[in-house]
Ligand binder design. Structure first.
Ligand code: HEM
Length: 221
């Protein structure tokens, strides 16, 4: 069938307008309906189009595909790319980097790493992926997981994929998690981030490279 959902939409529409339907196999017949059948069909098509475009573009599969994210910034001469997409009250991130070990992004730090909301992606191969919601308490750490500091794990979903040194780590969280161990991510303006990656997967291994930047969070391309 070309549009398998097609037959359910007239029901929704009909209920909304207080009309009644008789269901026959693969068809909906409308009676007492103030609209002509072709108008109903047009509205149904518009609803389907709206539905198709409202389905979010990010697939949590550890792969970054063309057009999946709306924004991108590149650090460390292109070795560490950060991509993101804001959708409703959620934000989806992808780190696409050249790194043998963990990758991490931190939001709104104080001095160097202090008071920084950090998310670590520990992506091994094949199929071993861990995401850590952490908070750096000191200028150079430590950065225990939020759950060890009275906070909660606010990573809603994540995925990763490794091919040698090439690692992709995706995760999703609420813009405002309500957790004091997370920073609120704004939907417009600039946001200071810190990025880092290491040669080892161990969470306690220091980064081989790290840096900071201000990104334009809400601007769409
Ligand atoms: C076990 C993990 C970590 C340790 C032990 C650690 C330790 C340190 C230390 C000692 C410094 C001082 C400069 C240096 O010695 O290179 C530093 C700097 C820095 N760290 Fe970390 N860090 C860790 C994780 C992170 C993470 C996850 C991020 C970001 C998400 C980060 C971001 C930075 C930045 C931006 C700097 C300043 C830039 C620089 O001087 O290289 N660090 N870190």
């Amino acid at each position: 069938m070309l549009f398998p959902e097609l037959h359910i939409f007239p029901v929704v529409f009909g209920v909304h307008f207080g009309t009644k339907f008789i269901a026959v196999p693969n068809k909906q017949l409308c009676y007492n309906c103030p609209m002509k059948a072709n108008k109903l069909f047009l509205v149904t098509l518009l609803l389907i189009t709206g539905l198709v475009f409202s389905v979010h573009a990010v697939t949590m599969d550890g792969l970054v595909t063309e057009g999946e994210y709306s924004r991108q910034e590149s650090f460390d001469k292109g070795n560490f790319k950060l991509l993101w997409l804001i959708e409703g009250d959620k934000i989806y991130f992808a780190i696409d980097a050249k790194a043998k070990g963990w990758v991490s992004i931190g939001f709104d730090p104080g001095t160097v790493m202090s008071n920084c909301d950090m998310v670590f992606g520990l992506v091994g191969e094949p199929g071993s992926v861990e995401a850590l919601d952490t908070w750096s308490t000191g200028i150079f750490g430590p950065h225990p997981v939020d759950t060890d500091q009275g906070g909660k794990n606010d990573i809603l979903s994540y995925a990763g994929n490794r091919d040698g040194d090439h690692v992709v780590f995706e995760f999703c969280r609420l813009l405002n998690t309500g957790d004091p161990r997370d920073k609120v991510i704004p939907t417009s303006g600039t946001l200071k981030v810190v990025w880092a990656y290491a040669d080892k997967l161990q969470f306690t291994t220091k980064h081989s490279k790290a840096g900071s930047a201000k990104i334009n969070i809400g601007v769409t391309k």
